[in-house]
Design a protein around this ligand. Structure first.
Ligand code: INI
Length: 154
């Protein structure tokens, strides 16, 4: 029975990280977590491009351009949408998620969703490097896994 799966040894793959400035105290921690996880997976810093956009709503359009460039094995979206902060929550978080999936399916390039969607800033802090781990790091490792899986599926 053939079983195909990715690994956490990144080889020569290149990755793009799209990060949103809104709630940037949190998002910078996610970016740090992602870049640290890439290093631990053997990805050199020069193989990781970080792109900043204003808010989570803008993540998918930048991801699309990067995915279409053909330069990257996967594109990571990192952001933070806090429900308490805005009535926008459902629109911003929902459209960021839907847009990410659409870009991935339309381009065939894995788009990893590392956007925190929380009720409070305390929960966001917990998921960006304190007691609930670091969503940026988790997303980077998932990106390496997908980057190493995709060539096996052709
Ligand atoms: N963008 C976020 O990334 N997080 C938020 O919590 C947020 N809130 O609260 O509104 C947010 N809004 C901005 C949005 O992403 C767009 O940048 C803006 O609407 C312009 O298109």
């Amino acid at each position: 029975m053939p079983v195909l799966e990715g690994t956490l040894a990144a080889g020569g793959h290149r990755f793009a990280v799209v990060a949103s400035r809104f709630n940037d105290t949190i998002v910078r921690r996610l970016v740090d977590g992602a870049t640290d996880a890439f290093r631990r997976a053997g990805v050199p810093d020069e193989h990781v491009t970080v792109v900043w956009v204003p808010g989570a709503f803008e993540l998918p359009v930048a991801a699309k351009r990067l995915a279409e460039s053909g330069h990257y094995a996967a594109v990571l979206l990192l952001g933070c949408v806090i429900r308490g902060a805005t009535a926008h929550f459902d629109y911003v978080a929902g459209q960021a998620a839907a847009g990410a999936q659409r870009v991935a399916v339309d381009t065939g390039v894995p788009v990893l969703f590392g956007v925190l969607t929380t009720d409070t800033i305390e929960q966001a802090l917990e998921r960006s490097g304190t007691k609930a781990g670091n969503k940026g790091a988790d997303t980077a490792l998932a990106a390496v896994e997908m980057a190493t899986l995709m060539p096996q599926l052709s």
